[in-house]
Design a binder for this molecule. Structure first.
Ligand code: SF4
Ligand code: SF4
Length: 312
């Protein structure tokens, strides 16, 4: 019986590998919404795969995920940014990674990889009728980024965005305090977790409750109006290789693209908007499609050629 085990295992492995093209074909046949949901779930599992933490904990996460979370694999990019602001060192590595992600895919990570984005998408399903707030509230992302995550930490030497962040509350604050109450030990748990329960803790709980409540009535409010990482990646919307092309001659009034959009955007009005999280759901509307990245690279090369001085 024992001698057949290795063979069975190898056979099983070969079988699984051979089935990959089939599963891939089946995956490509799914709707954009279902494909996105699967990718979001897989990304959430990976983000909280604690067993990978020793390898990846020093790499900034491409999404807003709390470093202090007992299951977290990556470092929080905004927490890291505040750390470098406080110690007065320029964060070359962090900005290099964010620049690379932004240039390649812009806010696609918000649409497909962020666990807190998925959480808000799920909350949005609770209530069908939604309130549509004014788009200027999107400037709130830059207030969070430059005000709460850069200027205030530089002046106070405290990471104020992390101290108030609802993502930190749900991923680290609540689990640690609950575990301490139940007398369970979590990895990375502070020695006196119950000592954390004070005015600041209750303020964080209030902000989290506000975010959850808002996400039931408004599509992705935290991503649209608060998240500094969304603000950073949004700055790349104009230049990233992942672009959506709108053919105004083919668009139709019969399909309401805005309704499909998880952030209430009408892509036909502004395909390079920093609000777009590149979820690609609107590519199901007539006249809206994903631009071929090769075309973008070639057009950039062409425009570089035109500005190069001529050889005499
Ligand atoms: S904007 Fe939303 S989806 Fe993007 S990183 Fe922030 S919380 Fe995540
Ligand atoms: S505009 Fe399109 S790609 Fe952008 S977030 Fe809305 S549905 Fe997704």
């Amino acid at each position: 019986m024992r001698s057949t085990e290795p063979f069975n295992l190898t056979y099983l492995l070969i079988d699984k590998i051979a089935a990959i093209p089939y599963h891939y074909t089946m995956f490509t046949k799914l709707t954009t919404r279902t494909k996105r949901l699967y990718v979001q779930i897989a990304a959430t599992v990976l983000t909280f795969s604690y067993f990978l933490a020793p390898v990846l904990k020093y790499i900034p996460c491409p999404t807003l995920t709390c470093y202090a979370c007992p299951l977290a694999v990556f470092a929080c990019p905004i927490g890291t940014l505040q750390h470098f602001v406080i110690i007065g060192v320029f964060p070359f590595f962090l900005l290099g990674i964010l620049f690379l992600i932004g240039t390649l895919v812009g806010r696609w990570t918000c649409g497909y990889l962020c666990p807190f984005g998925l959480f808000q998408d799920l909350l949005a399903k609770i209530r069908r009728k939604k309130f549509v707030p004014p788009s200027w509230l999107g400037w709130g992302r830059y207030v969070s980024l430059f005000g709460v995550a850069i200027i205030i930490p530089a002046l106070t030497h405290e990471p104020w965005f992390s101290k108030l962040c609802p993502v930190g509350t749900i991923e680290a604050g609540i689990p640690y305090v609950t575990a301490a109450l139940l007398k369970i030990k979590l990895p990375g748990q502070p020695f006196d977790a119950l000592g954390m329960v004070g005015n600041l803790f209750w303020l964080k709980i209030f902000l989290l409750a506000l975010t959850i409540g808002a996400a039931i009535y408004i599509k992705r409010p935290f991503c649209r109006f608060i998240c500094p990482l969304g603000g950073i990646f949004g700055m790349f919307s104009r230049v990233s290789l992942l672009q959506i092309k709108v053919d105004q001659y083919q668009t139709s009034d019969k399909v309401d693209c805005k309704k499909l959009c998880p952030v209430d955007m009408d892509i036909t009005k502004n395909p390079i908007s920093a609000d777009c999280i590149r979820c690609l759901q609107c590519t199901n509307c007539p006249g809206v499609k994903l631009e071929n990245p090769n075309k973008i690279i070639n057009s950039t090369k062409a425009s570089v050629k035109t500005i190069l001085p001529r050889k005499h």
